[in-house]
Write a protein that binds this ligand. Sequence first.
Ligand SMILES: [Fe+2]
Ligand SMILES: [Fe+2]
Length: 278
Amino acid sequence: MRELTLLAQLTDTHVTDPATTEVLYADHNGRLAAAVASINTESPRVDAVIATGDLAQWGAPREYEELIELLAPLSAPVLPLSGNHDEGKRLRSCFPDHPWADAEHSSWVTNVGKVRIVGLDSTRAGESGAELDAERLEWLDVALSADHAGPTLLAMHHPPFKSGIDWMDEGGFVGLDSFIEVISAHRIDRILCGHLHRPMTAVVGGHLAEVGPSTAVHVELDLATDAPRRVILDPIGYRLLAVSPDDTEHVEDARWNIVGHTRYVDTGRAAFEPDWSN
Ligand SMILES: [Fe+2]
Ligand SMILES: [Fe+2]
């Protein structure tokens, strides 16, 4: 039987308080429930679910209670990361057994089968953009330097590249050049991100970085410099990463084969401009 580790990535679930009066453009909680139900029916079974941040809409206690209820049916363990919409300490308290690095930031390292997954907290307090200061970069360098025979995945909420959708890039990424310097010195088999609310890929520091689809709503793909802040209810879903030993003899040093898939679980709707005032 072939050796396979199957990982799902959920991102930007933006779970809401069921009693919210906020104007929503999609049923975030219902859409997450649909994704969870779908993950549970994957065959072969998913070994772990990486949740790359913005798990709650505003970081409120009731939202996290709802998040835990929505994730409870998963048969695979959840590996959570904080996003700019999350409240880091509250998120950590929902997952008390998770191997958090320390009390100050929500980073972690864990192994799933032979796959090492490094979760890096890229949030900047009170801001939508990313920040990796010297302390977090030192932590990352140490984590990536530890001996490991299998593949390494790096998961983080903010993508380390500009999307070209200007209004999504406005938050910026403090410490990006230093981050790229650190990761360039290590073998990383895939970087998994969220935050951008639509799937995309880029190569950063010699590594493939991928953004997963949000389960809540997407932003419109509009690369014009004056693009309006439009949201679109594209079909939502989650990523699946199938990790197996590479038996391709003609590719030198290709020790692991990591194939990324996207599973769609809901249908879409045309683009529209939401009411940003609430
Ligand atoms: Fe988000
Ligand atoms: Fe975000």
